[in-house]
Design a protein around this ligand. Structure first.
Ligand SMILES: Cc1ncc(COP(=O)(O)O)c(C=O)c1O
Length: 357
């Protein structure tokens, strides 16, 4: 079976973890600090703050911006649920704006109409590793005086017009096991704002600056040094894994003819966390997934249900909003393996089997 994802774990990762165990300094120690430093450099920002996951990175970022009850946050319905749940954890209300058919990302042309007197933030998601239209989103945010929190969980290293994602607004990344750069579990917040960075550091560690003096309510959202050590072994390989993902995507794009393949606009540096094709409605997606599985090609459906249609959001009264593009694409997408460990033979098999559909 060619898996949809395969974490790259070598001797370096194993040795790094053993060294931490032997050091006795297990949580938020020197490896976490080093990973933060490297992460900030990768994103071209002043500060990176490590957290226990991408979900907690989003949660902390929203709280650090002071978002809470009574505030509205504009976001996409076509994302992993954590983007939306983090808004709910903060006590704010998610407001969904439909997506663009060709990029799968929030449609900036529809954002203005969703802004109300309660809107405080926009939370765009760089889905599959493809950057959102950040010039337009930042212009809208400036005009309405809104905070921008980028969900870059899937997009480390992605560039919009030469600038890395996570450097436009407040960036939130995931280092979960299958991500392009991973630490097993982990997250990161990126910002140039000194005061915001300080608030994030406090919120992730029980509101503490001085040991056992708590200046605000915070959480235990710390990263362990065991996880940071894995992340450190990985982050130096970012360029290499991105290059391989790009080459794999290029191969698939030029060899798959039977379904709609992804496009990349000029000026957008895609990092191909996922390679996602579309089968139109007249075809049976479940049958296509099964045929690929039987032929040894693993797939993923990211995501089968738009966030507003998930049970808890329906219960909150947020289900009833017209998002026709997200709804249609949720029934059409199939992600194919694009990870750096694919061989030439794997790529040939994937393209051939998809073309047989
Ligand atoms: C778009 C998006 N946002 C947020 C997250 C949450 O990250 P984590 O799983 O590290 O909590 C993910 C993780 O898959 C994601 O894909």
């Amino acid at each position: 079976m060619i898996p949809i994802a395969k974490p790259l774990i070598g001797e370096e990762e194993k040795q790094a973890v053993m060294q931490v165990l032997e050091s006795g300094m297990l949580v938020q120690g020197p490896r976490t600090a080093k990973l933060e430093e490297k992460f900030a450099a990768v994103c071209g920002v002043k500060h990176a703050i490590a957290t226990s996951s991408g979900t907690t990175a989003l949660h902390v970022a929203l709280l650090a911006h002071g978002l809470g009850p009574g505030d509205e946050v504009i976001t996409t319905p076509f994302t992993f649920i954590a983007s939306v749940n983090s808004i709910i954890y903060a006590g704010a209300r998610p407001v969904f704006v439909d997506i663009e058919e060709d990029t799968f990302n929030i449609n900036p042309a529809l954002i203005d109409a969703a802004v109300t007197s309660y809107t405080r933030a926009i939370l765009p998601v760089h889905l599959y590793g493809y950057p959102c239209d950040m010039d337009t989103i930042m212009e809208i945010a400036r005009r309405h005086n809104l905070v921008v929190i980028e969900d870059a969980a899937q997009a480390i290293g992605a560039e919009y017009r030469g600038k890395r994602v996570g450097s436009f607004g407040t960036g939130c990344f995931s280092l979960y096991a299958t991500k392009n750069v991973m630490s097993g579990e982990g997250g990161m917040i990126t910002t140039d704002d000194d005061a915001l960075a300080q608030r994030c550091r406090m919120i992730r560690n029980h509101g503490m600056q001085r040991r056992y003096y708590h200046d605000m309510v915070g959480y235990n959202f710390r990263m362990s040094d065991l996880h940071a050590a894995i992340g450190l072994a990985q982050i130096d390989r970012l360029d290499e894994v991105t290059t391989r993902r790009r080459a794999n995507a290029e191969y698939l794009n030029s060899h798959i003819t039977s379904v709609v393949t992804p496009t990349v606009r000029p000026g957008y540096g895609h990092v191909w966390h996922q390679y996602t094709v579309r089968v139109d409605k007249s075809r049976d997606r479940d049958a296509a997934v099964k045929r690929l599985y039987d032929a040894g090609v693993g797939t993923g459906i990211f995501y089968p249900v738009p966030a507003n249609k998930q049970a808890h959001l329906v219960e909150m009264g947020l289900g009833d909003v017209a998002l026709p593009v997200a709804e249609r694409l949720a029934s059409e997408v199939i992600s194919l393996p694009v990870h750096p460990q694919l061989s030439q033979a794997d790529l040939q098999t994937i393209a051939a089997e998809v073309n047989k559909l």
